[in-house]
Design a protein around this ligand. Structure first.
Ligand code: APR
Length: 234
């Protein structure tokens, strides 16, 4: 086995205390995520959209939020595996980085970054973001800042690198993702014929039939176990 590609979704961070997008009632203040995470929503009601991400950013920075055994197992696998390892995540949290993973592609952006819509410049950001916020000494950017997040209707980041990584992978593992948001849900179709495809999730998803194997259970127990099995088999 030369190349392993992993796709993670909100389910891997759920046991670290971060809310998934479609769990429980799936709503935030009565809004579906699809009604808040859009360029149209940001145009019509920027304060509402900024508040959604301000709350999530503050929740992520809570000292009790730490990587769990699944994040750590992926980092350990990456460090022990002699082949190529690529970690694609839909998550906008930084728990993979904090666990120590190296080769991470954030296809939906990052919560702790903001971007100027005018210049495209990206900045690290830990505070709340308001309409008048601007990076230090950059008053010129007032009114142009937005979360560095891919909203519904926008093109995900890193797609060329992602498609390239999938093209010749030998093992593809999707962890904790509901398989309803495209193009992420369709990445499984970009893997080659010989590739072993494994889904780790609490439940069945619409894309489950496209995987060879299903490990049904919590990411914190299934992920360490699965990747240990892979290391043992090499
Ligand atoms: N272990 C394993 N799987 C879990 C766990 C867990 N502890 N907890 C939840 N899950 C599974 C759920 O069964 C569900 O299938 O994780 C999935 C979470 O689904 P979503 O909340 O839809 O998250 P995700 O698939 O990452 O969402 C995709 O939608 O709103 C957008 O941009 C946002 O990246 C996000 C995208």
């Amino acid at each position: 086995m030369n190349k392993v590609v992993v796709l993670t979704g909100a389910g891997i961070s759920q046991e670290s205390g971060i809310r998934t997008f479609r769990g429980e009632d799936g709503l935030w203040e009565g809004y579906a995520v699809e009604d808040v995470a859009t360029p149209q929503a940001f145009k019509i009601n920027p304060d509402l959209v900024l508040e959604f991400y301000n709350q999530r950013r503050a929740a992520l920075l809570d000292k009790n939020i730490v990587p769990n055994a699944a994040h750590i197992a992926l980092c350990e696998f990456e460090s022990k595996f002699s082949g190529e390892f690529v970690l694609i995540t839909q998550n906008i949290d930084n728990l993979h980085e904090r666990a120590g993973s190296k080769n991470i592609l954030h296809m939906h952006g990052e919560l702790l970054k903001v971007r100027s819509e005018e210049t495209g410049e990206v900045f690290e950001w830990k505070e709340d973001l308001h309409r008048k916020s601007h990076p230090q000494n950059r008053e010129d950017l007032v009114g142009t800042m937005r979360p560095h997040i891919v909203w519904f209707g926008e093109a995900p980041f890193e797609m060329i690198t992602i498609e390239h990584a999938l093209r010749d992978c030998d093992l593809f593992v999707a962890i904790g993702t509901s398989g309803v948001v495209y193009p992420a849900a369709g990445l499984v179709h970009s893997t080659p014929k010989h590739c072993r495809r494994v889904e780790i999730n609490l439940e069945q998803t619409p894309v489950s039939p496209h995987f060879h194997e299903k490990r049904q259970g919590r990411a914190s127990s299934e992920v360490p176990q699965f990747f240990q099995e892979i290391l043992n088999s090499l």
